[in-house]
Design a protein around this ligand. Structure first.
Ligand SMILES: [Zn+2]
Length: 223
């Protein structure tokens, strides 16, 4: 039986943001059904979407939280089966939120190349060309380790034959970065599908310069 305690006000507020973000992953087409997952860190607690519950049915009483070792400290619903990748990111980085999707264009790209070619300067916002973490069975520590390696110096990665992961200080930014990554994957697929032509790519200096400028932009909006 999971340990029970009442959610603190800041945890309840973070849970509201989390469920709203989880619903947006569905309405914005990054996820079908309950196939992605979202988490947010509040101190030493990680709130995370539970497994198998449609996001539009998640209410305040469904709050699900674990500590950084994965022990459940809030709620009785079972956390997502993909919990290891979330916890690994929180242990390895200063992430405040993690968004994992199965968005279709990004997942398609993950089956074709080891790295998303830098076709757009928003690559710089994610720390550089987005790597593809090699395949391993979902929910395993091995997959979490592949993702940790692919994220070195980056805030997002693709996951081979599976999906995407992005982390950021806030849920909103992790969500936006996931949407940008899906858009860039779609852009590359579109540009590289023109017969007889090859898309031009940005140089490492161009990506770095755009990344520096975007990080000075504060809200990281696309100019
Ligand atoms: Zn997944």
């Amino acid at each position: 039986m999971a340990e029970q305690r009442r959610a603190r006000p800041e945890e309840a507020a973070a849970w509201r943001d989390l469920t709203a973000t989880a619903r947006r992953t569905v309405t914005d087409g990054l996820v079908v059904g309950t196939s992605g997952n979202v988490s947010v860190r509040v101190g030493e607690v990680v709130l995370v979407t539970p497994t198998g519950v449609p996001y539009d049915r998640l209410g305040p009483d469904d709050i699900t939280g674990v500590d950084l070792d994965g022990h459940q400290v809030l709620g009785t619903l079972k956390p997502t089966s993909e919990l290891p990748m979330h916890l690994t990111v929180y242990r390895a980085t200063d992430a405040g939120a993690v968004v994992h999707t199965h968005s279709v264009h990004a997942t398609a790209v993950s089956t074709l190349v080891p790295e998303l070619p830098p076709v757009h300067y928003m690559t710089g916002a994610l720390g550089g060309p987005v790597r593809v973490a090699p395949y391993a069975t979902y929910g395993t520590e091995q997959l979490a380790e592949h993702i940790r390696t692919a994220l070195e110096g980056r805030t997002a990665c693709l996951i081979q034959n599976h999906g995407t992961l992005a982390y950021a200080p806030t849920l909103e930014r992790a969500f936006n970065d996931s949407a940008q990554l899906e858009w860039m994957a779609r852009l590359w697929l579109l540009a590289s599908s023109v017969p007889g032509r090859t898309p031009s790519l940005l140089t490492p200096d161009q990506v770095r310069e755009a990344g520096d400028k975007l990080s000075r932009y504060g809200q990281r909006a696309t100019p």
